[in-house]
Write a protein that binds this ligand. Structure first.
Ligand code: FE2
Length: 239
């Protein structure tokens, strides 16, 4: 991907204004991931450079996509440890908000987490389950809510300090400040049954977030989801 000078400059502005926020508000796993990927603040990265560093760590790869992809294909990629990554850089008038993913959301928000073994295993096993169940509306709704409240907007209790790891939080200045500091946010301990039953809204700051203690907890939650789905427990059958 060849980016223009203006696109590199937008990446740089996004990166440089998030960096101090990441340092104070991101989980150590995210910060370790940033260091492992060795992203250059001044240049929109190439996915092949990223993948050279990422693949040996967890087998994950960032693969370039234009934008929308059917959900079942997205999940199949996750199962194969391929993260569909939008390579388009947002426009200058979208610095603070943009409804769809772009290079910054996907690469700076998601990909650092894929350097962590437990997180990567969680994402791959989530993908396998979601692919398998994609045509079951009730299950896929529950899985979408799980994804939203963890992968996209998850918070973590790091030894008594609240940190963030979700990509929607890590890639947005306003959302990160809001998620960690706003008194409007209800921060609840992660509870799988509650999470999969809680609707979300996509076009506003999140006022309810869930806090995990570890990524092992997320990995176990996906395992639990799989056995609940397979056993057709009431939260999935509506009975
Ligand atoms: Fe995302």
């Amino acid at each position: 991907m060849n980016y223009t000078k203006a696109e590199h400059a937008i990446w740089q502005r996004l990166y440089e204004r998030m960096l101090p926020r990441w340092k104070s508000g991101a989980t150590p796993v995210f910060l370790d991931g940033l260091a492992a990927l060795n992203l250059e603040p001044g240049r929109a990265p190439s996915l092949s450079d990223i993948n050279q560093r990422l693949a040996p760590l967890t087998g994950f790869q960032a693969i370039a996509v234009d934008g929308y992809m059917p959900a079942v294909d997205f999940f199949a990629h996750l199962r194969r440890r391929q993260f569909p990554t939008v390579t388009k850089v947002r426009r200058e008038d979208q610095m603070d908000y943009l409804p769809e993913p772009d290079l910054f959301h996907d690469v700076a928000g998601h990909v650092p987490m894929h350097t962590n073994r437990v997180f990567a295993d969680t994402l791959a096993s989530f993908g396998a389950l979601a692919e398998q169940m994609h045509d079951d509306e009730r299950v896929s709704g529950a899985l979408a809510r799980f994804f939203w409240y963890t992968i996209e907007f998850g918070l973590m209790d790091c030894g008594g300090t609240l940190k963030a790891y979700g990509s929607g939080v890590m890639s947005s200045l306003g959302e990160l400040d809001h998620a960690l500091h706003s008194s409007a946010v209800e921060r609840r301990p992660f509870d799988l049954k509650e999470v999969i039953a809680t609707p979300f809204e996509i076009d506003r700051y999140q006022n309810r977030l869930y806090v995990v203690d570890s990524f092992e907890q997320l990995y176990d939650a996906v395992k639990q989801l799989r056995s609940s789905v397979m056993a057709q427990l009431p939260e999935f059958t509506g009975s």
